[in-house]
Design a protein around this ligand. Structure first.
Ligand code: FES
Length: 81
């Protein structure tokens, strides 16, 4: 599915770029402009950025750093102790 009409980018191309960024550094903050810069392009109208943010969020949840504490609630408990 085409996500960015200005650059004719599909969701799969964006997912692949986000995956490469996460493999380089799973803790980095990824924003649409960083994804597009990594692909050698840039936003024009930026109307697609909402959809790109959704892709980044989904990919980060799947491939980002483990957050065992958040999943089990341990992290919050350990901050209180
Ligand atoms: S639709 Fe992506 S920059 Fe315009």
């Amino acid at each position: 599915m085409i996500v960015c009409q200005c650059n004719i980018l599909s969701d799969r191309e964006i997912e692949a770029a986000v995956e490469r960024l996460l493999r380089d550094d799973p803790w980095q903050l990824i924003v649409p402009s960083k994804v597009y810069h990594a692909m050698g392009i840039r936003g024009r109208c930026c109307g697609c950025f909402g959809d790109v943010i959704a892709i980044i969020g989904r990919m980060t949840a799947e491939l980002g750093p483990e957050r065992d504490g958040e999943k089990s609630g341990d992290r919050r408990d350990s901050w209180r102790n």
